[in-house]
Write a protein that binds this ligand. Structure first.
Ligand SMILES: Cc1ncc(COP(=O)(O)O)c(C=O)c1O
Length: 462
């Protein structure tokens, strides 16, 4: 195999050490090594990250949809330090700690309806894994021993551990099958390429009907739960109407199916409300969260469970058959509390609405680009859907294939030259920290506009 390194990379020892020893998640080694694309980030402030050569980049994906409160928050760092000095860790079994209690109380007040019971974990996959196990145990304790099946959605992503991966549509059959049994996938809202050929809300509602059809096809007495992200970034950031989620809620209730909303990306202000469920006016039975819970200052995840769903644990002498060593770790809880305090103080929970209005306007002229098929989003969660042909809506491939398409690679390089780092696959994603100013957003959109113009001319898209 040709593993020749880019000269630039060889002369930079930290990058070389990283190439030698760090296993970068989900990256292809040769892409990083040959392309000299591996970045070692040293510091960050506000909406910007700085590499070890002092180059500045706008963090257009908030890390990985994480840094909602922005980088360089000294207050969070201080809260972390103070809590670590006072109490870092006590067992998560049989006891808890002060910040974990305070955080649970806070989360209960922020989540919709009666989501008042908080199970802590260390990240999004663990949150989903935990929600699936909790849902299965609830059904069993309620006497529904056969309710084991999970209905998820096409295009959805819920994590990398086995249970979470099993309910993720892009799961890799070749490497990892067999998966958790009893998972099926239904259509997900998509107003640009709707599976049923419908437009607008009618298309969303038809996707909700697909849940009822699937429950009936599987046999309601065998279905444990439905899982979906309020707005699925993995599936292209299609924004359904509130009516879609309300219909999903109604169908789940009617058939005794537990509704799990995966707010790992959508939570903590990302869609212009503390949780997207607030925006859509629904209360699921279980809600997963992570990422923006601490804005990435330390890892943490959680599952919020409704009083109604938790009830069976009070009524029986069953204990939850699930234990994670780091659930409710005190330092993580202190970081989350400070993060939420900042979000509330600075109005970051609703800053997404300002960003939505600003990006809505800024993006308007970009619709004229020949390779921009659609621009959509909510709050601070947006994509430009890239197409080779606006009429046929032919895209640039899926996943890695799209990432490696010469046009997408060129666009990525042009954006990087302009100091913008984001994720480019079939779409350009713009998911800024919630503190991004209108002026910063205008600069980023200008960089996207320029990059598109140059790449389109070079590749003769008109
Ligand atoms: C909706 C959703 N759920 C779960 C996860 C898994 O989270 P983590 O990577 O923290 O395990 C992700 C990750 O991006 C996600 O987008």
């Amino acid at each position: 195999m040709d593993t020749t390194l880019d000269d630039k990379v060889l002369s930079q020892p930290l990058e070389q050490q990283a190439l030698d020893h760090v296993w970068i998640h989900s990256a292809q080694w040769n892409d990083l090594a040959k392309g000299g694309k591996l970045k070692v980030i040293e510091r960050a402030e506000g909406s910007y990250i700085y590499d070890n050569h002092g180059r500045r980049y706008f963090d257009a994906l908030s890390g990985l949809y994480v840094v909602n409160a922005g980088h360089g928050r000294k207050e969070i760092a201080e809260a972390i330090g103070a809590q670590a000095a006072k109490l870092a860790y006590v067992s998560s079994a049989n006891m808890t700690n002060t910040p974990a209690v305070q955080l649970a109380d806070k989360l209960a007040s922020l989540t919709p309806g009666d989501l008042n019971r908080i199970f802590y974990c260390s990240g999004g996959s663990e949150a989903v894994e935990s929600a699936l196990k909790i849902a299965k145990q609830i059904q069993s304790l309620r006497g529904f021993k056969n309710r084991k099946k999970i209905i998820a959605r096409k295009g959805g992503y819920h994590g990398a551990t086995f249970g979470a991966m099993s309910v993720s549509h892009g799961r890799n059959e070749e490497y990892f099958a067999p998966f958790m049994e009893g998972v099926s996938f239904i259509a997900s809202p998509n107003r640009y390429r709707n599976e049923f050929g419908l437009e607008g809300e009618a298309g969303d509602l038809r996707c909700a009907e697909a849940l009822e059809e699937e429950i009936l096809a599987q046999g309601p007495e065998t279905v444990c739960a439905f899982i979906g992200a309020p707005i699925s970034a993995a599936n292209g950031t299609h924004v359904p109407s509130a009516a879609y989620w309300q219909k999903i809620r109604e169908i789940c209730t009617r058939y005794g199916v537990l509704m799990i909303c995966d707010e790992v990306i959508c939570g903590f202000g990302r869609t212009g409300a503390m949780f997207a469920c607030n925006r859509f006016g629904v209360t699921p039975d279980l809600m997963t969260m992570a990422k923006g819970l601490t804005s990435g200052y330390v890892p943490m995840g959680a599952v919020a469970v409704s009083d109604k769903a938790y009830e069976v644990f009070k009524d029986t002498d069953a204990q939850l058959a699930h234990l994670l060593t780091f659930g409710g770790q005190a330092v993580a809880a202190a970081a989350a509390l400070k993060n939420i305090e900042i979000m509330e103080r600075e109005g970051l929970d609703t800053a997404g609405l300002r960003i939505e209005a600003a990006l809505g306007k800024l993006f308007e002229p970009l619709k004229a680009h020949p390779t921009v098929g659609d621009i959509r989003g909510a709050g601070a969660l947006w994509v430009l859907d890239l197409v080779q042909d606006k009429k046929t809506k032919e895209n640039f491939g899926k996943g890695l294939a799209a990432q490696r398409h010469p046009y997408i690679q060129r666009l990525s390089a042009l954006l990087e030259e302009r100091g913008v780092l984001t994720r480019l696959m079939g779409t350009i994603q713009l998911v800024p920290p919630l503190i991004a100013t209108d002026a910063e957003l205008a600069e980023v959109v200008k960089a996207i506009d320029e990059s598109l113009s140059i790449a389109e001319q070079e590749f003769q898209f008109r």
